[in-house]
Design a protein around this ligand. Structure first.
Ligand code: F6R
Length: 594
């Protein structure tokens, strides 16, 4: 969460605009507010605004702020409300040092009290603001201290998982990371820092990867690495990263969300065409392990849960699942021969990374499924399978979920010695998805969205692998449209939740042609008997359905096709309610705090 970006280099006519362009690629990390600090001839100009980056752009209209050094920030609020005052950059008492930050400075309260005692004045409610004051205090105490040393010593004083980026008037940006992501980049006419590698796409391919506890001094001429503990400096070595240069464009689609939903058949076809050797290597790791555990968060977690059913049914293999945030309390039985499979679109989700780090401490191996190449998770893993779903720009995960489900299905078939069958199922599924989308599914879901847009609650049930689909469908609906939606294992309703069903309550029932079919049908009947409005997602019409949403019959790939109607419903509910489907409130695409 929060995106930081910085540039030090040749003077730019419109440096403010340049930094805005950098921030645009990081906006998915948070859009509560944004701000920039632009330095020219020792003078700094800071401009901030609440809300999306577009609001900051409006404030900057007509102001061509030139300069040779600047930093910018896009915020997902943690400490302090969503106000202009709390927007970054934050400054010291003299307004000379500017700081942007991603993370949480856990001991900020204690440090703030000390700084207040020393006479420092604070303008915001954020934890971040202590940082420029700490730097100021260090320089005040020791006039010979360099700026970068003052930043390093300040960084060592803060606790938590943080990436901090500071600059003052002398052309240098100093940034450190621990836990939170941060990279530097070497450009032709200047150098950069950014929260992630995609933030530097179109600017440079020469990336400086920062390991835990490392920092950088970025000037026009060079990028120097700094060890946060010892202060030792060394010229940074770059890595060439092949990035998808083409910035994801919406094409003819009004929003990224709908574009990405429609890209899903192609994603499944791409997974089906994966290098078999890579799949087999991953599967060897699973076969060799003494216990396989899945971990992930949010939508990615639902793919992990689905995988546990696929592994059981197709591969006849027992695996465990725990959310990333729960995994550290659930890992006592890991041994060096255990395997953790971590799935993440961004590869930067803090809870997933923490789970991986905990597993590594126990000596376990890590296999990851990641969409963003060169992300932190890929670097922590023993082996990574890239999802190749293409850039996912909508905050809601759709196509990367489908890619993860597809890979898990291939893994399960490969373990069972039937990889070719898995590939064939995916190829067929991809074709069926194209047909399904062409047959007017979207129009049907739009019509249904009109009917359901006034509802307070929506319930979704499924059994087996489609219990995960029920959870994912509910997540899509609630995070985009803010309508309360809950997914349940169909059999659990009668143990309590059925009390919530009233005449007309919308109940989605996911009914695949599998061994759970008859049981879910009975549960649908139980809901109908209490007045539930039954919307069936199924390849076959059933008399219990009030509305039938037809999906193709694709055997074990049923979770891949069954989620699509609910993705489309979430999209149209959101439009009807007048919200932005690409930017739901309170969310960020990459969750880098725990
Ligand atoms: C929901 C959504 C989130 C993410 C979760 C994990 O639509 O996008 O629930 O799935 O934050 O993110 P990644 O996959 O980047 O680890």
């Amino acid at each position: 969460m929060c995106g930081v970006f910085g540039y030090s280099g040749e003077e730019k006519e419109d440096l403010a605009g340049y930094i805005l362009e950098g921030l645009k690629k990081l906006e998915y990390r948070g859009y509560d507010s944004s701000g920039i600090a632009v330095f020219k001839k020792g003078k700094v100009r800071i401009i901030k605004e609440v809300g999306e980056l577009a609001n900051l752009r409006k404030r900057l209209k007509g102001k061509h702020l030139s300069g040779n050094l600047g930093i910018g920030h896009t915020r997902w609020a943690t400490h302090g409300g969503v106000t202009r005052k709390n927007a970054h950059p934050h400054t010291d008492c003299l307004g000379k040092i500017a700081v942007v930050h991603n993370g949480i400075m856990e001991n900020y309260e204690e440090i703030k009290q000390k700084l207040l005692g020393l006479g420092h004045k604070f303008k915001s409610e954020t934890d971040t603001e202590i940082f420029p004051h700490l730097i100021e205090e260090k320089i005040k105490k020791d006039r010979n201290l360099s700026f970068s040393e003052a930043v390093r010593l300040s960084f060592n004083q803060i606790e938590g998982l943080n990436a901090v980026c500071a600059c003052c008037s002398d052309g240098e940006i100093v940034a450190f990371r621990k836990g939170s992501p941060l990279v530097a980049g070497l450009g032709e006419k200047g150098n950069f820092v950014s929260s992630d590698i995609p933030g530097l796409s179109c600017l440079t391919r020469k990336i400086v990867i920062l390991e835990e506890g490392e920092g950088v001094s970025v000037t026009k001429e060079r990028v120097v690495k700094i060890n946060s503990k010892t202060g030792k400096r060394a010229l940074a070595k770059e890595t060439f990263v092949d990035m998808e240069e083409k910035e994801a464009a919406r094409g003819n689609f009004p929003y990224f969300l709908i574009k990405e939903i429609f890209e899903q058949p192609e994603v499944v076809a791409r997974v089906a065409a994966s290098d078999k050797k890579e799949i087999k290597k991953a599967v060897e790791m699973i076969k060799k392990s003494w216990g396989t555990y899945f971990t992930a968060c949010g939508t990615a977690a639902h793919s992990g849960l689905a995988a546990t059913y696929m592994f059981s049914e197709i591969a006849k293999r027992h695996v465990n699942f725990a959310f990333g945030s729960e995994f550290p309390y659930f890992n006592d039985f890991l041994v060096p021969k255990s395997l953790l499979i971590a799935a993440s679109q961004s590869g930067e989700t803090m809870d997933t990374l923490e789970a991986v780090r905990a597993a590594k401490k126990k000596g376990a191996k890590v296999l990851s499924l990641v969409n963003v190449p060169s992300s932190t998770l890929t670097r922590l893993s023993d082996k990574t399978i890239l999802l190749k779903a293409g850039p996912e720009r909508a905050v809601l995960s759709t196509k990367s979920y489908i890619a993860k489900l597809s890979f898990f299905l291939l893994f399960a078939y490969a373990i069972a010695g039937r990889l070719n069958l898995g590939i064939k199922i995916l190829q067929e599924t991809s074709k069926e998805m194209v047909r399904m989308l062409k047959r007017g599914l979207e129009a049907k879901m739009k019509k249904l969205a009109k009917k359901l847009s006034g509802c307070e609650h929506i319930y979704i049930i499924g059994r087996g692998v489609n219990y995960a689909t029920a959870l994912e469908g509910a997540l899509k609906i609630k995070e985009a449209s803010y309508i309360h939606a809950e997914g349940f294992p169909a059999g659990e309703l009668k143990h309590g939740v059925i009390a919530l069903i009233e005449p007309g309550t919308p109940c989605f029932c996911i009914i695949a042609k599998d061994r759970a079919k008859e049981a879910v049908l009975s549960n649908a009947m139980e809901l109908k008997s209490r007045g539930g409005y039954i919307i069936g997602i199924s390849s076959e019409r059933q008399s219990v359905f009030d509305v039938w949403i037809q999906v193709p019959e694709v055997g074990a790939a049923s979770p891949i096709v069954s989620i699509i109607p609910m993705q489309l419903l979430a999209y149209h509910l959101t439009l009807i309610k007048g919200y932005n489907p690409d930017r739901p409130r309170n969310l960020a695409k990459s969750v880098t705090v725990r």
